[in-house]
Design a protein around this ligand. Structure first.
Ligand code: FAD
Ligand code: NAP
Length: 554
C-alpha cells in the first residue's frame, strides 16, 4: 500500500523565488497552473503524490467512478479539449478520469512546473517581505508572493481510531489510498467498514470476487442507481454540438450540473403524479433524482415523500425484509448527506456470499488478530477495507502549518470552524487563496465547474492587481464575518443541518459542528463573486507591496 504521508528525503537548499506556489496537482492545481502561466507568472505546483489527478490518483478502489456525468465532469475552458476528448461511459471509471488528468497535464505541458513526491509541511507569511515561505517535509523552501491551496476537499483519508489495527494479521486498505497494483480478493473473506459513496461503489465489485463479504454499516445511506452504460453516441453529439452553451447553462444551476429541475413542490401534486415523477427519475438514474421537485431540500414533508419512495425501492429490491429494513435510511432527510449513486448496490445484498452487519447499536470495538469484534460478536476475515471517508474540507489544509499576519495560525483561527470570505481567502492571511475552500459551493456541486469558477475569478483578480501595481490582497474581517453569517443562515433555511454529515464535520470526533459548504447555489455564488470583482474587489483590502496596511486602498 502506498503511504500518502511519506515523501523521500532530500537536502535542504536556499529558498527558490517564484511569483506563486500552488499546492496540489488535482484538477484545481492543474488548471490554476495553466492560467497563471497565461498571466506570465512564474509558478510551481508542489504535489505529495508521484503523479497528477488528486482524487483520481489516490482513490483507485474497485468500482470508483464519477457520479456527475462525464460529459459534465470535465474541463470546459478549452473548446478543442472538450471536443476531442472521448468518454467511453456515461459515468467514467477512475482509470479513465486519471488518464484524462494526465492528458490535460501533457496537453498543456504542465509537468515541467510540477514537483512530485513533495509534501508541503508549512507556509508562513513574511509580513515585511509580503511573501509566503513554503516549506516541504524534506526541508526545501520556496518564497512566493502568492500561495494557492489546491489541496482538495476530500484528500485527508481517515482510518477510524479503532484499537488493535496493528495486531491484525490480514491485509487492510483504505479506499482513499488504494494500492496502485490493485487488490485481488479472490477466495478471501473481506470486511468493508462504511456505507458511504465509496463503499457503495466498491461493495458490488468486491462481492463478485470475494469468498465472503461482510458489510459493517453504522448509518444507511440513500443511493440512486446510476444506470451507467457505454456513452450514447447521440447524447455525446448533443453535448458537443453546442458544448459552450450547455456549459454556460450548467454554470447557472444550483449544483453546476445541467439537468431538469421540476419547479413544482412535491406537495402540490397528487400522489399518483409524485410516484410517476419519482419512477421516471429513478429509471433515468443519477443525482438528478434530487431535482424531482424544487423543494426536496427545504420542505420536510416533500423530502419525506422522496425518502419513502427510495425506501420502497430498497424493499422491492432486497429479498430479505430484515436486511432491507437495515439498509433503509431513517435518521436523515434524503440528500442532506451526499446522495450516493451506485451500480447494483442493493441487489448485492441478495448474494449468498454477502452479509450486512448493523453496527449502529453494537459498534466495532476492536480489530483483532483475525478480524473484527463488535460489542455483540466477533468476525474472522482475511482483509479489511476501510471505506470510512475523509476529514473533509478543512482536514488537508490544517495538516499544513499555515501562519499568517503576526504568526497567527490558521488552525487556531479555525478552531471553532472554518472562517473565510467567499471560501477564497481568510482574513489575516494575505495572498493565500483556497480553491473550493469552505464557504464556497465546492462539494455541493459539480466540482470541476466550481474549480474553474474559482480559478477564473482568481486569475481575473491577479490580472487586476498587476494592472494597478498592487501586490497584496487580503479579506477584511468585516466581510468575512458577514460571509460566515450568510453561509450559516442560508444553510439553516434548508434541511441540510439535520444530518450528521461530513458537511457538518460530524464524522470526525472533536471537529466543530459547522455547516461548511455554501448552499446558496453555484449560479448565485458566481454572481456574488462577479459583483465583488466588479465593485473593485469589495470586502478585500488591496495594497501595493510595501504600503503598510493602514494606508492600503479599501
Ligand atoms: P484533489 O483532487 O483532492 O487534489 C488535491 C491534491 O493536493 C492531491 O493530489 C493531494 O495529494 C495534494 N496535496 C494535499 N495536501 C498536500 C500537501 N500538504 N502537499 C502537497 N500536496 C498536497 N466530485 C464531483 O464533482 N463529481 C464526482 O463524481 C466526484 N467523485 C468523487 C469520487 C471520490 C472517490 C472522491 C473522493 C471525490 C469525488 N469528487 C467528485 C470530489 C473530487 O474530490 C473533486 O471532484 C475533484 O477531483 C477535486 O479536485 P482538487 O484538485 O480540488 O483536489
Ligand atoms: P463517507 O461518505 O464519509 O462514508 C464513510 C462511511 O464510513 C460512513 O458510512 C460512516 O458511517 C462509516 N464509518 C466511519 N467510521 C466508522 C466506524 N468507526 N464504524 C463504522 N462505520 C464507520 O466517505 P466516502 O464514502 O469515502 O465518501 C466521501 C465523499 O466523497 C462522498 O460523500 C462524495 O462526495 C465523494 N465520493 C463520491 C463518489 C462518487 O460517487 N463519485 C464516490 C466516493 C466518494 P457514519 O455515516 O455512521 O459516520
Amino acid at each position: 500500500m502506498s503511504d500518502p504521508h511519506e515523501t523521500p528525503a532530500a537536502q535542504a537548499g536556499p529558498p527558490e523565488t517564484l511569483d506563486a506556489v500552488i499546492v496540489g496537482a488535482g484538477f484545481a492545481g492543474l488548471y490554476m497552473l495553466h492560467r497563471l502561466r497565461g498571466l506570465g507568472l512564474s509558478a510551481r505546483i508542489l504535489e505529495a503524490a508521484d503523479g497528477v489527478g488528486g482524487t483520481w490518483y489516490w482513490n483507485r478502489y474497485p468500482g470508483a467512478r464519477c457520479d456527475v456525468e462525464s460529459m459534465q465532469y470535465s474541463f470546459s475552458f478549452d473548446e478543442a479539449l472538450q471536443q476531442e476528448w472521448k468518454w467511453s461511459e456515461r459515468f467514467a471509471a477512475q482509470p479513465e478520469i486519471l488518464a484524462y488528468a494526465n492528458h490535460v497535464a501533457d496537453r498543456y505541458d504542465l509537468r515541467r512546473d510540477i514537483r512530485f513526491n513533495t509534501r508541503v509541511a508549512a507556509a508562513h507569511y513574511d509580513e515585511a517581505a509580503g511573501r509566503w515561505l513554503v516549506r516541504t517535509e524534506r526541508g526545501e523552501a520556496i518564497s512566493a508572493r502568492f500561495c494557492i491551496m489546491a489541496t482538495g476537499c476530500l484528500s485527508a483519508a481517515r482510518v477510524p481510531d479503532i484499537p488493535g489495527l496493528e495486531t491484525f494479521r490480514g491485509t487492510w486498505y483504505h479506499t482513499g489510498f488504494w494500492p496502485h497494483e490493485g487488490v485481488d480478493f479472490t477466495g478471501r473473506r473481506v470486511a468493508v467498514i462504511g456505507t458511504g459513496s465509496s463503499a457503495i461503489q466498491a461493495i458490488p465489485v468486491i462481492a463478485e470476487q470475494a469468498a465472503e463479504l461482510l458489510v459493517f454499516q453504522r448509518t444507511p445511506n440513500f443511493s440512486i442507481p446510476s444506470r451507467n452504460a457505454p456513452m450514447d453516441a447521440e447524447y455525446e453529439r448533443w453535448w458537443k454540438s453546442d458544448y459552450a452553451a450547455h456549459r454556460q447553462k450548467a454554470r447557472q444551476m444550483r449544483t453546476g450540473i445541467l439537468y431538469n429541475i421540476d419547479q413544482r413542490s412535491a406537495m402540490e401534486v397528487t400522489e399518483e403524479e409524485r410516484q410517476r415523477v419519482y419512477e421516471e427519475r429513478w429509471a433515468a438514474g443519477g443525482t438528478a433524482f434530487m431535482g424531482a421537485f424544487v423543494d426536496l431540500l427545504t420542505n420536510q414533508a416533500s423530502n419525506d415523500t422522496a425518502a419513502e419512495f427510495v425506501r420502497a425501492r430498497i424493499r422491492a429490491t432486497v429479498k430479505d425484509p430484515a436486511t432491507a429494513e437495515i439498509l433503509s435510511p431513517r435518521n436523515h432527510p434524503i440528500g442532506t448527506k451526499r446522495i450516493c449513486v451506485d451500480s447494483h448496490y442493493y441487489e448485492t445484498f441478495n448474494r449468498d456470499n454477502v452479509r450486512l452487519i448493523d453496527v449502529s447499536r453494537a459498534p466495532i470495538e476492536a480489530i483483532t488478530e483475525t478480524g473484527l469484534r463488535t460489542r455483540e460478536a466477533a468476525y474472522e476475515v482475511d482483509s479489511i477495507v476501510f471505506a470510512t471517508g475523509f476529514d473533509a474540507m478543512t482536514g488537508t489544509l490544517l495538516k499544513i502549518d499555515i501562519r499568517g499576519r503576526g504568526g497567527e495560525s490558521l488552525a487556531a483561527k479555525w478552531a471553532a470552524g472554518p472562517r473565510t470570505y467567499l471560501g477564497l481567502m481568510s482574513a489575516g492571511f494575505p495572498n493565500l487563496f483556497m480553491i473550493t475552500g469552505p464557504g464556497s459551493p465546492s462539494v455541493l456541486s459539480n466540482m470541476i465547474v466550481s474549480i474553474e469558477q474559482h480559478v477564473d475569478w482568481l486569475t481575473g483578480c491577479l490580472a487586476h492587481m498587476r494592472a494597478r501595481g498592487l501586490a497584496r490582497i487580503e479579506a477584511t474581517r468585516e466581510a468575512e464575518d458577514r460571509w460566515v453569517d450568510h453561509v450559516n443562515e442560508v444553510a439553516h433555511r434548508t434541511l441540510y443541518p439535520q444530518a450528521n454529515s461530513w458537511y457538518m464535520g460530524a464524522n470526525v470526533p472533536g471537529k466543530p459542528r459547522v455547516f461548511m459548504p455554501y448552499v446558496g447555489g453555484v449560479g448565485t455564488y458566481r454572481q456574488i463573486c462577479d459583483e465583488v470583482a466588479a465593485k473593485g474587489y469589495e470586502g478585500f483590502r488591496l495594497a501595493p507591496a510595501e504600503a503598510p496596511a493602514s494606508v492600503a486602498a479599501e
